[in-house]
Design a protein around this ligand. Structure first.
Ligand code: NAD
Ligand code: UGA
Length: 458
């Protein structure tokens, strides 16, 4: 079959693969290829057991794979063959050298830029889909323009706003798609080529076009604003616990103001995931770099409140359980950073579990999707840890339950049955406020929600 366009995604991770899968699904006359340097990841994308758990994605992959969607490890050949390239490689926080712990590590991204340059025999549109510091496109352009004179590159910024667990819906019905480009003749033509892809399934009004630096910065700012809401509500949850107010009632009362809005006001043990912390720290680093220490400090506090919230949760467990956890068994219900994903990157559960182990507690971890990742995260921890998928078996014989992930299934557990199997007095620390607290108290638990008065018998 002769395809109308040939599109390449470099990086078959949580973002690269689902976003390319969606293009393949919506544009059957385009050939879409996804490459990665990790052969196991590519093998998994070509198998029946996909490497990421994302509701609804399997069905679309089954429909498109082998038709107009292909997964490959041959990065160089695919660069040669494709005219439109989405760069979706990872951009983690730097762990070494200048900017360690703050700045984005651009080594994977830069390797890709060089590979594109080396393997291009025809002109290409190169699209930044990874989240990158402002002005990265300029560096990309400099690398790409250092080669042959007869091949030209247009660099666009098209940041991705999907969230894990809802990726399919977010990609199919996004609030908006953002495309930043140079405002030159060829930059505008490249922008139009990308707009054409998205208008295959989205109305034109949903596609925002802007200058390239605004697009790069908007992605960091969108994540910073979302994380800021979580830290704002979490900071108020601490006050609620002191002053007998209820954070759910406060969030509802505040969020019904249409200027504020109801979303992202769920108090809990803090935000996790691979991006919020990384992107805010990147923003903080950029502000310092541009000589704006007050702005940097403002955004850094969002991360500090997130750490404070996790530490508060641990301190509350310790204090409530008579200031000793040594030898006690704690069941961690949920290890993924949010529901409907197996991803545990930056999950608050990692930090909290480490602290429980440091108190010499025995930890039993339960999660419907994230146990393999949890075991990898905790591989080097000392102490007693076990992994039990079934929550009833996990809780049996424990002194406390600590709910860390908002899995829907955890709302509906038979807490009476669980209570019976636990050591008394039994404690329930609801780090996501998803359990029926009053009912669990009546069953016999001592219940400690976030931002609400505790229900205890002591
Ligand atoms: P990821 O680690 O899951 O995937 C990145 C992939 O890129 C890996 O499989 C890696 O092997 C591959 N890779 C690295 N260098 C490569 C190279 N030179 N050639 C080919 N493949 C290479 O990361 P992710 O979660 O998909 O995130 C990717 C980017 O998207 C990041 O910048 C992130 O901030 C951004 N983002 C992520 C999300 C999300 O929900 N995870 C949402 C929006 C934006
Ligand atoms: C987030 C953004 O929502 C996406 O728009 C963005 O594309 C993505 O980051 C990214 O750049 O990687 P994601 O991290 O997948 O998506 O998930 P979210 O739903 O945003 O949740 C992030 C964290 O905040 C989770 O740990 C979640 O439990 C927590 N959260 C969220 C709360 O504690 N309270 C809330 O009200 C909302």
């Amino acid at each position: 079959m002769k395809f109308k366009k040939k599109i390449l995604g470099i990086g078959a991770g949580y973002v690269g693969a689902p976003s390319m899968v969606m293009i393949a699904s919506k544009c059957p006359d385009y050939k879409v290829t996804v490459v990665d340097i990790n052969p196991e990841r590519i093998a998994a994308w070509n198998s029946d057991r996909l490497p990421v758990y994302e509701p609804g994605l399997d069905a679309i992959v089954r429909k498109t794979r082998g038709r107009n969607l292909f997964f490959s490890t041959d990065v160089e050949a695919q660069i040669q063959e494709n005219d439109i390239i989405f760069v979706c490689v990872n951009t983690p926080t730097k762990t070494f050298g200048a900017g360690a712990g703050m700045a984005a590590d651009l080594q994977y991204w830069e390797k890709t830029a060089r590979q594109i340059l080396e393997n291009s025999k025809t002109s290409k549109i190169v699209i930044e889909k990874s989240t990158l510091p402002i002005k990265t496109a300029q560096a990309m352009e400099r690398i790409l323009s250092s080669g042959k004179k007869n091949v030209s590159f247009d660099v666009l910024s098209n940041p991705e706003f999907m969230a894990e667990g809802t990726a399919v819906n977010d990609l199919e019905n996004p609030d908006r798609v953002l495309i930043g480009s140079r405002e030159t003749k060829s930059g505008l033509a490249a922008r139009a080529a990308l707009v054409e892809i998205y208008t295959r399934w989205l109305p034109r009004e949903k596609i925002i076009t802007s200058n390239i630096w605004s697009a790069e910065l908007s992605k960091l700012v969108a994540n910073a604003f979302l994380a800021q809401r979580v830290s704002s509500i979490n900071s108020i949850s601490a006050l609620c616990e002191k002053a007998d107010a209820d954070i759910s009632e406060v969030a509802h009362a505040v969020g019904t103001d249409s200027r504020i809005g109801a979303k992202f006001l769920k108090a809990g043990i803090g935000f996790g995931g691979s991006c919020f912390k990384k992107d805010i720290l990147n923003l903080v680093y950029l502000c310092r770099f541009y000589g704006l220490p007050e702005v940097a400090a403002y955004w850094e506090s969002v991360v500090r409140i997130n750490e404070y919230q996790q530490d508060r949760f641990i301190a509350n467990i310790l204090r409530s359980m008579f200031n000793t956890l040594a030898g006690k068994k704690i069941c961690v219900l949920g290890f993924a950073f949010k529901a409907d994903t197996g991803d545990t990157r930056e999950s608050p559960a990692i930090h909290i579990t480490r602290k429980l182990l440091a108190e010499h507690a025995e930890v039993v971890i339960s999660d419907p999707q994230a146990l393999a990742n949890a075991a990898a995260d905790l591989a080097h921890e000392k102490g007693k840890i076990s992994y039990v998928e079934d929550p009833y078996r996990a809780a049996a014989g424990c002194h406390a339950l600590a709910v860390m992930t908002d899995w829907e299934a955890y709302r509906k557990l038979d807490y009476r049955k669980i209570y019976k199997s636990m050591v008394k007095p039994a404690f329930l620390f609801d780090g996501r406020n998803i359990v029926d607290h009053r009912k669990c108290f009546e069953i016999g638990f001592n219940v400690f929600p976030i931002g609400k008065p505790a229900l205890t018998r002591f």
